[in-house]
Design a binder for this molecule. Sequence first.
Ligand SMILES: [Zn+2]
Length: 369
Amino acid sequence: MDWSNLKADYERLGSYSAVATAYGVSKGYVAQEAKRQGINPKPEGRSLAIDWSGLPALYQGGMTYDQLAAHYQCSVHAIQNAMKRLDVTPRPTGLPEGYEWTEERRIAHRAATSTPEFAAKSRENLLKRLPSMRGPSANSPLEKLLQAALLKVGISFSTQRVLLGRYCVDILVQQAPVILEADGSLHHLRKMQDSQRDADLTAAGYRVFRFTGSQINQGADVCTASVIEACGLVPDTDPVADIRTGMMGPENPNWRGGPVTVTCEQCGEQTTRNAARLAQKKRFCDSKCYGTWLREHPEASNRRLKMDFTDLPALCATGMSVPGLATHFGCSTNTIIRVRAQMGVPRRKSRAAAAPPDRSDSDTVRAVQ
Ligand SMILES: [Zn+2]
């Protein structure tokens, strides 16, 4: 493998993947070799094509990173890197020193933060965080009392369901769009939000029932009985309580598809795999199948087989170390050791192996004395 033109090819083609395609090797291999040659991908990659000369002026003119990214049609990361290279001092973030909240400023702040766009953005961020925020707070003792009462009368339900893409409800009855909410102490702090939430859910066709802590503690079955009577619920033949501790499945904003059935390329067996781990192009049920397949398709192995190890014996004879050889050939030390054994090259005599005779000699001498 000839890597001497890598820098030029990389600058011409613009990306590791393009170079990898041109060279007929993997992208990782190119990245490794580029790293070895000190070719930094960030400044010379895709952002090489962008003319950054106007960036300092635009930034000093008050544009934000997001706006600049939209302007240059690149990532915020690329902007940050370009700023670093151009030595642009970032604006200090947060409130300036000595800033005081006057009534005018407060009004201006409220006006800026009460826009629908701002609300949408914070909602989006909240939804990303929400799955990790749930957990111990989900299925509180009050909710558990309601759940037990529902199960006792044989009504199927699920808990912690996300409705309308934003409301995580305590209990959702399965047979009808009925929601039961246990209002703990936090409800008093968020009555406004909860009433808005109830209005939205009602508009979407749900019936929402709220019970206070004392109502539930005094008689959860009375609470559920009132719901059953009001909605005309009937006991399920096989009641199921789907008790969840957080957002699961597609409701979770971080959901990436869950398990997928894949067919092994070698033995044809069907296995389930997490969708997040399906990056490789060929799929195998295990490493054994992959090994068998690779032996039948040596051309698919684009590393060792394409490498030229003819210099290895000569280099070994000069006393080059295994890590040194690995760096020279651009492969792992394991590969060097394996190839060396295959070529029948003797191992370099280590210093440790050479030292002991002297010591044992002196030992014997001492023992004799
Ligand atoms: Zn298989």
